[in-house]
Design a protein around this ligand. Structure first.
Ligand code: SF4
Length: 389
């Protein structure tokens, strides 16, 4: 029996989870409302341990935003621009390929590519981009596009969602990203992302992708105008779809960033809220194998702590992040592999480099070994494959 739950008001939920029972929506709300963060974390840590033992993963990846021009104006978004704006941008396929080529040279295994809903780029831009990137190295995994981008591309190409996804897959798309889920409840959605796709549309894009044999991640943007019950409602949609398709490889809770947008909420959620959201997600989403602590929003220090509150993944090296930083994130633009490995080791976990589908590429020892370190005891990883990025 864990020390933190022994005398906790949450002891019955701990017993339920240990017995392998699924918690209800009411249970999840109780966990969210509890101030006993250590007990919530202990239950989540039990689930994490059962799922992945002591492993914690990271990926060597690069983000590319092909454009920030967008026909929508979601209230929470600090990234999108109109054509009249001076700081709008769009990359040519040659520029994207060049960024990918440089990143491949330093060992990335994944490109994560998203953008705004561009007003004029043709459907062929997206298919040509995927083909050109796959031609660089067929092993490079392409994790691209949110559900709303897929709907936009379907509209552009005058195709169904299924036809669109099939064509993108044939051109090299390996995984959908999980972005754009925000909070599913309609009333919240209209306050933070008016005009964006509905919950049903988001879920249907992922459902269709899973039916085509694809895999994806999913997200929840938390800590703005939504209630704790709205979060539970959001998670319930994800758990239900996962029961149906088993196509989600991981869940990534995203901390709301308050700067440079049209929202009145001017505070990012606290560290307490980040940890409890990760922990409750881990306990409630019993059909998900992986929960990510997204260091870009939380900062690496809190993400590291989250490894003891249910998270088992620190996401990636990223190299160039725009979306969170334009909204006020103060984290660095990138992490070296060495920094991620160090954070994982300090948290008492075994570092595992993973691919897009959370499959292991390389398992590192839990402590620095003589093989890995030089005479000074400094890890070779500390020289960083990203030092030249
Ligand atoms: S969140 Fe996405 S869809 Fe909404 S305005 Fe920003 S870029 Fe456009």
């Amino acid at each position: 029996m864990n020390f933190f739950v022994q005398r906790s008001e949450l002891r019955d939920l701990y017993d339920k989870v240990v017995a392998g029972e699924r918690i209800s929506d009411a249970d999840a709300l109780r966990l969210f409302e509890s101030k006993d963060l250590n007990a919530v974390g202990a239950i989540a840590d039990f689930v994490r341990q059962k799922k992945v033992k002591d492993c914690a993963s990271y990926i060597i990846n690069r983000y590319i935003n092909y454009s920030n021009y967008c026909i929508l104006s979601c209230q929470f978004c600090a990234f999108s621009r109109k054509k009249r704006d001076k700081d709008g941008f769009e990359l040519s396929i040659e520029q994207i390929v060049q960024k990918a080529r440089e990143a491949l040279a330093i060992g990335i295994t994944e490109l994560h590519i998203v953008g705004g809903l561009h007003p004029s780029l043709p459907f062929s831009y997206y298919t040509d981009m995927l083909r050109a990137l796959k031609a660089l190295d067929p092993r490079l995994q392409l994790k691209c596009f949110t559900a709303i981008e897929i709907l936009h591309l379907a509209w552009l190409g005058k195709k169904t969602v299924r036809e669109t996804l099939s064509e993108l897959k044939a051109c090299g798309l390996d995984s959908l990203t999980g972005g754009g889920a925000e909070i599913f409840r309609k009333e919240v959605r209209s306050q933070i992302a008016k005009g964006k796709e509905s919950a049903e549309e988001y879920l249907d894009v992922h459902r269709t992708w899973h039916q085509l044999g694809g895999r994806s991640t999913c997200t929840m943007l938390f800590g703005h105008v939504e209630s704790l019950a709205d979060r539970v409602n959001h998670l319930s949609y994800l758990r239900n779809l996962q029961d149906e398709t088993h196509g989600f490889v991981g869940f990534v809770p995203l901390r709301y960033m308050p700067d440079n947008n049209l929202m009145e909420v001017k505070h990012a959620p606290t560290g307490f809220d980040c940890l409890r959201t990760i922990a409750v997600s881990r306990i409630y989403l019993d059909n998900f194998d992986h929960v990510t602590a997204y260091w870009v929003g939380m900062g690496m220090k809190l993400a590291q702590v989250a490894l003891s509150y249910g998270a088992d993944d620190l996401h990636g090296t990223i190299i160039e992040e725009h979306i969170f930083h334009m909204a006020g994130a103060t984290s660095p633009q990138l992490q070296t592999e060495a920094a991620m490995v160090k954070a994982i080791r300090e948290a008492g976990r075994t570092p595992v480099q993973r691919n897009t589908f959370y499959e292991p590429i390389k398992v590192l020892p839990a402590a620095i070994t003589s093989d890995e370190g030089d005479a000074s005891g400094k890890s070779k990883l500390l020289e960083g494959n990203l030092a030249t990025a």
